[in-house]
Design a binder for this molecule. Structure first.
Ligand code: CP
Ligand code: NVA
Length: 308
């Protein structure tokens, strides 16, 4: 994986994703044991954030420091990008200073441009289309809970957004069945759906899209949702809240899932997507999911730098 960029997990094989998860699990052990492990001494990462972040920023900054490297937070008001300087020139300049670039952007094409024009690996820290780091953390949390990924059924009840897209391009090749409910008009993108369908056929996994949440959660081991209003969609708030009526994850909904179902949410969460009873219950693994963001971003960084 050395020198590769992580823009979407669609570009990564089953073996590569398995390797990233294995590295993440090893790093978690090392950190829990307070083991000194600093393969990034002398290395630096620039972190471009065009949108807000709690988990991605803090997990990356903390994780890189643990590994002995230095991560620089570059918010929209901190650098020339977007006002005085193009993405291409920013990519070329940062590549001269830093060993790797992580970027949270609006348009997915922006991370593609950074990767194309820069000369160092680029990590997508969320675009309007994909959120690969999140899915690595999610799959790590599922693996820790169930001891495996193969044969697990994930049901998505919510918006056809970046987080869902990342699950869709990753689940089949990890042997995971996927059942999706979105309201009409909020379906995942057609090109991503095509990838998911083709891969599900190739790997022999289940793939379903419906508008009925109860149908989607049938047999689910994992029920997952996300915000109904992603960053940048604030103007659509009222229409979205109306469209997602009946999509709140509750214990009642869970009665239609497998007995051992668990709940996941990438956070930040609002109660209309999932009620407190589920969110704060024993079934909810959201805090482990959040914690795993650190080990997975560390694993990706080390793998792309060829340092693990
Ligand atoms: N889940 C996630 O990416 O959270 P942040 O927006 O806080 O980084
Ligand atoms: N879908 C959400 C994820 C936030 C982590 C968004 O893009 O805002």
């Amino acid at each position: 994986m050395k020198n590769k960029s992580l823009l979407t997990l669609a570009d990564f094989s089953t073996e590569e994703i398995t390797k990233l998860l294995d590295i993440s699990i090893d790093l978690k052990k090392k950190m829990k044991a307070n083991e000194i492990y600093q393969p990034m001494i002398g290395k630096s990462m620039s972190m471009i954030f065009q949108k807000r972040s709690t988990r991605t920023r803090v997990s990356t900054e903390t994780g890189v420091a643990y590994l002995g490297g230095h991560a620089l937070f570059l918010g929209s008001d901190d650098i020339q990008l977007g006002k005085n300087e193009s993405l291409k020139d920013t990519a070329l300049v940062l590549s001269r200073f830093n060993d790797i670039i992580l970027a949270r952007v609006y348009e997915h094409s922006d991370v593609e441009t950074l990767a194309k024009e820069g000369t160092v690996p680029v990590i997508n820290a969320l675009s309007d289309k994909y959120h690969p780091l999140q899915i690595l953390a999610d799959f790590m949390a599922i693996k820790e809970h169930f001891g495996k990924l193969k044969g697990i059924t994930i049901s998505w009840v919510g918006d056809g957004n970046n987080v869902l897209h990342s699950i869709m391009v990753t689940a089949p090749k990890m042997g995971i069945n996927l059942r999706i409910a979105t309201p009409e008009g909020y379906r995942p993108l057609p090109d991503v759906t095509e990838i998911a369908k083709t891969e599900a056929e190739k790997y022999g996994t289940q793939f379903l899209i419906t508008t009925d949440p109860l149908e989607a959660v049938k047999g689910a081991n994992v029920i997952v949702t996300d915000t109904w209003i992603s960053m940048g969609q604030d103007e659509e708030k009222d229409a979205r809240i109306k469209a997602f009526e009946g999509y709140q994850v509750t214990m009642e909904m869970g009665k239609h899932a497998a007995d051992n179902w668990i709940f996941m949410h990438c956070l930040p969460r609002k109660p209309n997507e999932v009620d407190d009873e589920v969110f704060y219950s024993e079934r909810s693994i959201v805090w482990n999911e959040a914690e795993n963001r650190m080990y997975t971003v560390q694993a990706v960084t080390l793998a792309l730098l060829g340092l693990y």
